[in-house]
Write a protein that binds this ligand. Structure first.
Ligand SMILES: [Zn+2]
Length: 94
């Protein structure tokens, strides 16, 4: 059953690598995180998630458009996908 644990560790390590690359890490630090998580997951996984949460910028928050369902960044006045008005926090309910 040790094989299953190794498989999970490898899967999580690969996820960390891909996630780190997506978050703008260069290859070397991303590989470093991957190896750290793979070898010492109990230490590096919480550490990575902590660093990741601190690194995340508020502009990366995605909001679903209530008209077309696609996600958009920031708080634009109009949906970049369908063009419906989505921002501007109006007090009037339609
Ligand atoms: Zn839309």
């Amino acid at each position: 059953m040790r094989f299953i644990g190794l498989l999970i560790a490898a899967a999580v390590a690969v996820w960390v690598y891909i996630d780190a690359k997506n978050k703008g890490y260069k290859t070397l630090p991303a590989v470093g995180w991957m190896l750290g998580v793979f070898l010492l997951m109990i230490v590096f996984l919480p550490l990575y998630l902590f660093v990741r949460a601190r690194k995340a910028k508020p502009v990366e928050i995605l909001t679903p458009c209530k008209h077309c369902g696609k996600y958009y960044q920031d708080t634009p006045l109009y949906c970049p996908n369908c063009g419906h008005k989505v921002g501007g926090y109006s007090f009037k309910e339609e």
